[in-house]
Design a binder for this molecule. Sequence first.
Ligand code: ZN
Length: 692
Amino acid sequence: MTVTYPFSAVVGLDDLKLALVLNAVSPRVGGVLVRGEKGTAKSTIVRALAAQLPQVEVVSGCRFACDPGAPDPACPDGPHEPGEHRLRRAAALVELPVGASEDRLVGSLDVERALTEGVKAFEPGLLAAAHRGVLYVDEVNLLHDHLVDLLLDAAALGTCYVERESVSVRHAARFLLVGTMNPEEGELRPQLLDRFGLTVEVRASRDPGERAEVVRRRLAFDADPEGFAAEWAEEEARLARRIAEARARVGAVRLPDARLRQIATVCAAFEVDGLRADLVTANAAIAHAAWHGRDAVTTEDVRAAARLSLPHRRRRDPFDAPGLDEELLDELLRQTSGPDDDVPPDGGGGESPPDGTNPDISGLDPAGQERETGATEQTRPGPLAPPEQPEGPGVPTGRREDAGNGGRDADDARPEETGRRSGDGSGQVAAVAAPYRVPLLKVPGVGEGAAGRRSRSRGRHGRGIGARLPQGKAHDIHVTATLLAAAPHQARRGRTGPGLLLRQDDLRQVVREGREGNLVLFVVDASGSMAARKRMTTVKTAVLSLLLDAYQRRDKVGLVTFRGTTAEVPLPPTSSVEAGAARLRALPTGGRTPLAAGLIKAAQVLRVERLRDPARRPLLVLVTDGRATSGGDVDRAAALLHGTASVIVDCETGPVRLGLAAHLAARLQAALVPLDALSDLGSVVRAHRRAG
Ligand SMILES: [Zn+2]
């Protein structure tokens, strides 16, 4: 396999190429999500693949890329007659920019023209342009959630549907969806993650030689893209032919019953939700078989498919690390590889699997690349342990200790004692128990921030609550209000026929109210006064629960901590809860309490964020017992936060209380929430869950 192999100092590159090829072979695989840090040439590789896709034949002049052999009956540019002009062109590669509007993506229906001129005017969007090609979304995790929803709906249905005020247009939109993301900049919601057929993790190689070579090639490529491409043209032509052959074959590939049961067993053992994983794995295995010229799916195909289709589906909450336990996968495949494997692996690899005991499961791409073990190399335990439940069907479970809700109740009662010393030796690290649901904390008033689920907002999204005159070009027309505005003038405008006479100034626009996500900045006291292990576990669990809540409400979150003499920002504002959870778990505690420093640092972070994302309103969540034993005047520091919506989680416990947090809350005009109130609510929720 050779897609852009000049750019190969990337760990996980072979997986990425394979995932893209499987999608090119069978559109049913459902797209690829590429997760990885910056500088891994993700987009170069995707663009290069698009160049390998077979050309498409289209009805000339059709803006919706209709196939002359089978034109879309609903095509807005149709109906197309059989004899119409046709042309061959490259499959499209359409990039969806992160800041695109909804109209840009799905197209825009000009309701204004429909009402005033009686014309159904549809301007196609990027989904139409991407039909029968690739839709590429760089940084898909930074797209607005509603755009991601539209995108994935279209990808799932193969159509784009636009409706505005009961005027609607539908057209075919089948495309290979490829997204990239840097997980450190924010996660996708799990249900959206699930909509990508395959995922691949890539990261830059740490090998200096490889890195230098790639940089050299990139420079050569950038200096002379055409000359560079010519050098690889032959390889690319070979690849394109192979993809075309596999495409022609894929419809005839058999999925033997034994292999289907194998897929079901693997998916069940990895505890994925629903049947989507089984379907994607089956389609990817079929594509993989076609890619290797086989007419029936083998265990090797199942393995290749499962490695790409399962990692993102077995995650139970955002705090689980991604990745797939490949030893478990191999064990499952070994137990279920039946007599249907009459076709031997085509064996170009020439290298035996690591343990040498299982010739059925090569784990190698036939082109001979090594299996990628980067994700598990740290934790590989050596010889494979026997399955935990030898009786019964003998299928080991894919669940890690506390991966799901099932293991959670036990953890709630007895926080796991996984505390350890921090690296710098200057503090201790308290454990974190399972998170619980917290009450809604929100910013008062009405904002205009990004769509989310926390505070009230007015904007283009949400429920319609009224109508108003548009400012500038009208969109989101409120039809009833528009008709009512026009009605009194009909006689004066000389109306005679059945239709209303509408004018521009009759148009009214919907006023919507919804919810916005906020910037939730946690400011956490990590000093010695909080550091008694039990107590810090409670505090960390509360913050983790708030963090999970922020994730579900699509907030941006940041974390400021203070202890000793200074405040730090272990997590600058981001939408990545994973990063926040990781930093929180590892957070050392101990030392004095520089409360003022923490407040000053929080004010600095908020000032920068106000510049970056002015519409997103901040909510400060200060977790403290209110004590300050070092560093600066608390009242003066608190004044810097004047006007910021704040909540203080009061961590003071014990029979004698000083009420210092309450004093601070008065200073900040903050709501005061006792720590117990957060966890009490959590235990109520858990009790309900148990009873139900
Ligand atoms: Zn058409």
